[in-house]
Design a protein around this ligand. Structure first.
Ligand code: FAD
Length: 475
């Protein structure tokens, strides 16, 4: 490159991740004199807070996950690249991403890393085989197929024990996601599916919410936690507190609590108990000048959200560890916006040493428990019930991207909440088995073992048999 070209080149910003942190950083830079490359391993901006509604047949994927490049198409200073970033070179200032077998190297002057977090099984990753988490579109669709598939298998069961196993749903973790999911599975069974089977009554469904701590929604405080607890119990959800899940297999979960070790027989399990930061956090920390990660793998950032020795590398959102900032959308939005502002200020001549530290503004938190019922905390103000539900509704519509998404979502909510119907009740066998089949491609031996456990191994012993089986959600 000649000297003139270097003079002409605009400041290059690379943003990794198209979630709340990444997207809001890009949007905040829309008028800046920079060239932005947004790299993400998913093609959409996923609104994770409504994933549970995709899993329970209320919303379609399209409403909560618009294509990122279409969201940003009018912002001419952004280019979008799809790829899984697997390396960051802090000496030459490049990131390397991979799409299928093709590596792409992208240079940056400033880098914003917003790759979020995934499910944590606290060292028991094999639980994931039978108890998927709720972090991605694939998770939500798999879960929908597992939930609806369980009812189908229950309808065909020839003995009561099997029927009970298929009609028992275990949700592990009573944080907002667990509470919302448990409530929605109960409403799905009681309202939407009621009367649509001939051999089973969906109202006999058991939904069990298992929590290791001593309260539901513990971070929201005892008052709101108890409100949610009572509401869930009124809906028939069984809540088991101080109960640790010590094993998960195809046929159920093993639980240890004050009474000892016991089993819950259940075909359909969901894991919403913990988070582990994206692996890029550890990689960045190792390559920096002494930055560390916390127990969940989040990067312990400097007060300006950068890593030690690299004031041009920002880490935001669920990947950053900042005292007092929860792993919530607001933390990511404010972190992404802060990084974008710092880059703009630098273009105007501000030195990194002059940056004011990142300050989080807590706008509160909320969770829905059922239709027309939510709990909400804003500062010291705590409220619940219908008013909280309206606040939840308005806020989620506000942050959904695009007029079409908002419009269709309102229609779907009207159908689901005012009536009994849900518009997204399609599910296929592939959704149940695709994840396991992809893993099986990597490890045929494990696949054979898994197929044996599921009782579905075909006669060829082919390691991919999991995908070919006609068995239901968890056999
Ligand atoms: C089920 C669920 C419910 C939630 N409910 C609420 C709620 O009610 N209220 C609330 O405030 N918060 C809620 N949250 C939390 C909130 O969604 C997160 O805090 C927020 O999404 C974090 O934003 P982020 O940008 O840091 O990460 P994410 O939104 O997770 O985005 C990460 C992005 O990085 C990409 N990526 C990851 N790794 C790579 C890689 N190696 N290379 C390239 N791209 C990569 C991903 O594809 C994704 O686009 C919920 C989360 C979940 C999972």
């Amino acid at each position: 490159m000649n000297a003139d070209a270097q003079v002409d080149q605009r400041h290059r910003v690379v943003v990794i991740g198209s979630g709340f942190g990444g997207l809001f950083a890009c949007k905040h830079l829309r008028k800046a004199d920079v060239d932005i490359t947004l790299i993400s391993k998913t093609s959409t901006h996923l609104f994770q807070p409504l994933l549970y509604q995709v899993a329970t047949g209320i919303l379609s994927v399209g409403e909560i996950a618009p294509a990122t490049r279409i969201v940003l198409r009018k912002q001419k200073n952004v280019g979008v690249i799809m790829g899984d970033v697997h390396d960051v070179d802090l000496v030459n200032n490049t990131v390397t991403s991979r799409l299928l077998n093709q590596d792409t190297v992208t240079a940056f002057d400033s880098l914003i890393v917003a790759t979020g977090a995934q499910q944590s099984y606290f060292g028991n990753d094999h639980f994931a085989t039978y108890a998927p988490g709720m972090k991605t579109i694939d998770d939500a669709l798999e879960l929908r197929a597992r939930i609806l598939g369980s009812f189908e298998e229950a309808e065909l069961a020839t003995d009561q024990e099997t029927r009970d196993r298929f009609m028992t749903f275990v949700v592990v973790g009573a944080g907002p996601t667990g509470v919302e999911l448990a409530g929605q599975i109960a409403e799905l069974a009681d309202r939407t599916l009621e009367g649509s089977f001939r051999n089973i009554d969906p109202r006999d469904t058991r939904v069990i919410l298992v929590e290791g701590a001593d309260a539901v929604l513990k971070p929201m405080g005892p008052k709101l936690g108890m409100k949610a607890h009572k509401r869930l119990e009124k809906m028939g959800v069984e809540i088991q507190l101080n109960a640790l899940v010590t094993d998960v297999d195809a046929r159920g979960v093993t639980i240890k609590d004050g009474d000892g070790v016991r089993r819950i027989e259940s075909a359909c399990k969901v894991w919403s108990a913990g988070v582990q930061a994206s692996e890029l956090g550890k990689l960045l920390a190792e390559k920096s000048d002494g930055t560390e990660v916390d127990r969940a793998g989040r990067v312990i950032v400097e007060p300006d959200l950068t890593i030690k020795g690299h004031p041009n590398v920002f880490v935001v959102g669920d990947l950053m560890s900042v005292p007092g900032v929860p792993g919530q959308a607001q933390g990511a939005i404010q972190g992404g916006t802060y990084a974008a502002k710092a880059i703009k200020a630098e273009l105007k001549g501000e030195k990194p040493a002059e940056r004011k530290p990142f300050k989080y503004f807590d706008k509160g938190s909320m969770a829905t428990v059922s239709r027309f019922n939510a709990v909400c905390q804003v500062g010291k103000l705590e409220f619940s019930g219908f008013i909280a539900w309206l606040a939840w509704l308005g806020l989620h519509l506000w942050y959904l991207i695009g007029f079409r998404s908002r419009f269709v979502t309102v229609l779907e909510w009207a159908v689901s909440f005012l009536g009994r119907h849900r518009g997204q009740m399609a599910a296929t066998e592939q959704w149940v088995f695709a994840r396991l089949a992809l893993e099986a491609l990597d490890s045929p031996e494990d696949a054979r073992e898994l197929a044996k456990q599921l009782g579905t191994e075909n006669s060829s012993g082919n390691g991919k048999s999991v995908a070919n089986t006609k068995a239901g959600p968890a056999a």
